[in-house]
Ligand binder design. Structure first.
Ligand code: ZN
Length: 136
C-alpha cells in the first residue's frame, strides 16, 4: 500500500469562480506511481468547494455558477452571520469540500467530459487544496 499527500495553492480572481485543477491532481498521481487505488481531493475551507463536472464547454460552469447564485443570493435580510458571506458558506456545504476519484492503470477514471474543479464562493483569495493518493 502506497500513500502520499501533497498540497498546492489556488489563487482565485473573482468572488464566484470554478478553476480546473485536473492537471495538478494528475501530476500528483504520476508522482505517487500508484497504479490502482484512489485519490481524494479536499479543500480545508468553509466558503469553497471541490466538484467534478464538464470541462469541455465553459458554458456549463457559467450555468452552474448562475444557478447557484439564483438559488443562494449574496444578500438576504434573514442572514445572521456578520461576515456577510453566508451565501458562500451555504454553497460550500451544498457542493461539498472533497471528491474521491478511482485510479486504474495509473490514471484517474474520469469520464470523457469530467474535470476536477476548485469552486471559489468568496474570492478572490489564496486557497489550499490537499490531495491524498492511496493504492498500489
Ligand atoms: Zn463567514
Amino acid at each position: 500500500m502506497r500513500f502520499i499527500e501533497r498540497s498546492f495553492k489556488v489563487n482565485t480572481t473573482r468572488r464566484n469562480e470554478f478553476i480546473d485543477i485536473t492537471q495538478e491532481v494528475e501530476k500528483i498521481i504520476k508522482f505517487s506511481t500508484v497504479e490502482i487505488g484512489d485519490v481524494i481531493v479536499y479543500c480545508p475551507h468553509t466558503t469553497a468547494a471541490i466538484t467534478l463536472n464538464e470541462n469541455a464547454d465553459p458554458d456549463v460552469v457559467h450555468d452552474l455558477l448562475h444557478t447557484l447564485e439564483k438559488l443562494i443570493p449574496h444578500k438576504d435580510s434573514s442572514y445572521l452571520h456578520g461576515e456577510g458571506n453566508s451565501d458562500a458558506h451555504l454553497k460550500s456545504s451544498l457542493v461539498g469540500v472533497s471528491e474521491q476519484i478511482l485510479i486504474k492503470d495509473g490514471e484517474m477514471q474520469l469520464g470523457r467530459w469530467q474535470g476536477i474543479y476548485f469552486c471559489e464562493f468568496d474570492g478572490p483569495r489564496g486557497r489550499d487544496v490537499i490531495v491524498q493518493v492511496r493504492g498500489e
